[in-house]
Write a protein that binds this ligand. Structure first.
Ligand SMILES: [Zn+2]
Length: 206
């Protein structure tokens, strides 16, 4: 409890009953790093006490922590899109699709957190601390939207320029599930290869 309060200097306004039945059990889950469990407890509490400032803040805070953990987990995965050499981009279609789905899930969790903060601001519009926390959430949401947009643009627009057929074997490419390579051949032209076809070509002597 003290730790959460100190983290953002937000006084948690709760009745003793809310504290005993919801805040304490939720904090005990949070101390075990079970933020999903903590969020469940707090959400149940809000069903019974919808205007509780303390519970609204904790809902936003635990949502933020869950989103943070999800982002960290994504950051530890191998990159779904990476540069191989100048003008050559390798894309793992399966990993990109999964990452875009995960971005959406994180965005949803953060959106719920943001809604809880908005409700809290209706009850307590002048809290600088709550405003500051909303700022954290919005920065994270913007960063996520930017990354997601960049990835989606590369993933969706490049096939429009490069076409859907491998420059090596001339067969169709399944962008959602195969690994492939985009290669710039001029300022406006790009070709696409299955990753194995590209690797085979690269290993041949020129
Ligand atoms: Zn091919």
């Amino acid at each position: 409890m003290a730790e959460t309060q100190n983290a953002f200097n937000v006084p948690l306004k709760c009745t003793p009953e809310e504290y005993k039945h919801f805040v304490e059990p939720a904090m005990s889950e949070a101390n075990k790093s079970n933020f999903a469990g903590a969020l469940d407890v707090v959400s149940n509490g809000l069903n019974a006490h919808p205007a509780s400032e303390g519970l609204l803040f904790l809902k936003a805070y635990f949502g933020y922590k869950i989103a943070d953990n999800m982002s960290n987990e994504l950051g530890s995965r191998p990159p779904a899109i990476r540069s191989l050499e100048n003008g050559v981009l390798m894309v793992d279609g399966t990993a990109t699709t999964q990452m875009l789905e995960r971005f959406e899930e994180i965005g949803k969790v953060l959106g719920d957190s943001d809604s809880a903060i908005d409700e809290l601001l209706q009850v307590n519009p002048n809290s600088q601390e709550v405003m500051a926390f909303k700022g954290y959430i919005e920065v994270k949401l913007q960063k996520l939207a930017g990354e997601s947009r960049n990835m989606r643009t590369t993933f969706n627009n490049s096939p429009k320029i490069a076409g859907g057929f491998c420059a090596g074997c001339k067969k169709n490419i399944s962008f959602a599930s195969q690994a492939f390579v985009f290669r710039k051949i001029s300022a406006t032209q790009m070709e696409v290869w299955h990753l194995p076809c590209y690797e085979q070509k690269s290993s041949l002597p020129n």
